[in-house]
Ligand binder design. Sequence first.
Ligand code: URA
Length: 236
Amino acid sequence: MNLESILFTQGFGSRRQCRALIRDARVSLGGTLCTDPDADFPTRDNTLRFSVDGIDWPYREHAYLLLNKPAGYECSRDPQHHLSVFSLLPPQFAERGVQCVGRLDQDTTGLLLLSDDGKFVHLFTSPKRKVPKVYVATTRHALDDAQLNALRDGVLLHGEPKPIAAVDAQARDDHTLALTVMEGKYHQVKRMIAAAGNRCEGLHRERIGGLSLPAALAPGAWQWLDESDLGSLRSG
Ligand code: URA
């Protein structure tokens, strides 16, 4: 693929802007400046790396990202009341069409996936696709067995035709609930906790499928997902 197309597909602006970046000697590969927009480089196996203004980038046909979402950010490019999660990412990602894979509420923290692979986004957001998601909720009232059993047996949420059961519901301490759910309905976890007779005062997503939020990833930080992360996501 030629260098102009490489930058273009990776979100560095219009073709004209990408050409200008290259002509202005701002792009290098393997430590060597390349000022020819038509120079060809192999991109097939995702091993190509390039740098723009000294910042190193891997070439990726599709972007698969994980963000440790902090509270106070909306999962929308056009947020209504808070900042957008996209303000935490380099602008190249929005430019190349990266979107959130499902949404977390603005006050929910933790594991958020993003991608520009439409099939992947569709697969992981489709109601037909059953992927376990582990949430940790802080509850207003002390947890008790009746609440945990109600969550495991199924609670009826307003507007839903039948009760929704958690795959697992465990109290980690009096006010900390680990809840595993398969679906991704609007405010699902908060509504389930309310339906079980408690109230959710803080919510964090810890895991999707077999992929856990890396302990070393600070709130607001992001990372690329590699093949093994994508495999973990599908397992679990
Ligand atoms: N369930 C909720 O209630 N909120 C979230 O952000 C995610 C799941």
